[in-house]
Ligand binder design. Sequence first.
Ligand code: DX5
Ligand code: ZN
Length: 214
Amino acid sequence: MIVAPSLLAADFARLEESVKTVERAGADWLHCDVMDGVFVPNISFGFPVIKAVAGITELPLDVHLMIVNPDRYVGAVRDCGAMMMNVHQEACTHLHRTVQSIHDAGMKAGVTLNPATPVCMLEDIIADVDMVLLMSVNPGFGGQTFIEHTLAKIRNLRELIVRSGSKALIEVDGGINSATAPAVAQAGADVFVAGSAVFRSENPAEIIQSFKSL
Ligand code: DX5
Ligand code: ZN
């Protein structure tokens, strides 16, 4: 399993220390949640913060844009040094064009689905994406409860990926902790996003290692 701690749960007054802690604890990627107060009912942080974080970590940045019109910000995300740019399917009218422009900018392209959006919406884009991010909570806040139906979606998505010969990874985001992670891995996920479970833990290394070994 690839483990991507979510910066949203970090101590913002001690950002560098928090990032270094998860880096030393064995995190694979750093997940950066950008919220605009329009697509989701919350506002988090933006590009200057991500750029500053990029300057103090070696971890690849997995940027999750919970914003309207994410296609406007492909250049800004690239300039932050992001490895992966995730856009919501629900926020993109011309998803194929957006995925293309993310690739043209030299980043990997991820497409994200809200809990109520079915996996079949990705039938005609799955071959072109590097990752699908399944939301296992409604986006906007950390620390919410995992939605069990996500397990069925992971299995459907795995079927679609195999059937279409896609190389897409499956990332799951929201409510991942020691209790929910085993079933998520079992259902076929490749990448765990975990905010509270990692940053609020007394021992981030132990929790990250336990996720990686699933
Ligand atoms: C939710 C964000 C998540 C969030 C996960 O809108 O996309 O990445 O930080 O937080 P936890 O792991 O606490 O559910
Ligand atoms: Zn996220």
